[in-house]
Design a protein around this ligand. Sequence first.
Ligand code: CP3
Length: 342
Amino acid sequence: MANDTFLRACRRQPAEYTPVWLMRQAGRYMKEYMAIRGKHTFLEMCKTPELACEVTLQPIRAFALDAAIIFADILLPLEGMGIKLEFAKNEGPQIKNPVRTKKDIDAVRVINPAEDVPYLLKAIKMVKSELNGRVPLIGFSGAPFTLASYIIEGEGSRNYIHTKGLMYSDPGAWKAFMEKIADVITVYLQAQIEAGAEAVQLFDSWVGCLGPDDYREFVLPYTKKVIDSVKNTVPVINFSTNTGTYLDIVKQAGGDVMGVDWRVRLDDAWKTIGHDRAIQGNLDPVVLFAPVEVIRRRVKEVLDMAGGKPGHIFNLGHGIIVGTPVDNVRALVDSVHEFSRR
Ligand code: CP3
């Protein structure tokens, strides 16, 4: 591997500088992405390995990033689970048959990745071949709660009434569903690792709608089961948002690297998590809309909170936002390297 700074940081080994990659680094803020997106739907792009490969590589060519992340979505396993997904124009994805009852849960299938997401595994192989060891490739999945809540709600949600409704009123059905989802995520990640992913990230973007006791009871066992089943293969990043008040519980689910958002100071988060784990984060993505001097100062502040200790991977606290100026992304990546070079 020509640039192994990211993998070294995952293992808390020293590197010549702090590695940086950005969640959603392939996306609509880049004109190269929009040129392809103008001719294809999002799902077509995911399901055509040549296109998924190309957009995965676009940010690697444009910026000095230290890792690539495969172009995909957390909802790709749904079709194989028997759940009908539609990406309506200019709206988020919608599920025609959301899972709400015990009967619905029983009908959900555990996927066979080779049959259900062959395009993803092919895209991973193509990207690996194109990258040729330049930087590592990250695979990913939604974490059990975030995936379950999307499938239960059927779309984005403010209050998670159906999800929490099932959890609170029928804990047996919740358990059965989370176990099935954990099995899906496990085989989905294992297939990505077999295809060549050199690290994997679980996105628990929505789990922060729960308090600490509900996280412990209704989420922790399932996320832990997934991480335990892949942890001895490649590094696992356990990313969540809005969990700053109970990172001590989230860390019990495991993960070589804990991904944290900007609602918590990086130094406080690392102290809570413990310095026996690596940490990823955590600049507010909206800082990228500020002038370059402000971005550079805020990058420096995050690096100072990490204190130059091995095991920090620089990232945003969540994905890049559409409309982010490309030159500011370049300024961020370059300043991380400039300020952290040892
Ligand atoms: O770093 C990465 O590149 C990871 C890839 C990734 C995508 N979406 C790509 C994507 C990940 C981890 C997600 C997460 C995701 N996707 C979640 C969890 C919440 C979150 O944001 O972390 C959910 C609920 C989804 C489902 C989904 N996919 C939604 C709600 C949308 C529409 C929102 C939007 O930004 O338009 C998508 C489409 C999607 N997923 C795009 C990308 C790059 C935009 C595609 C396009 O329209 O060109």
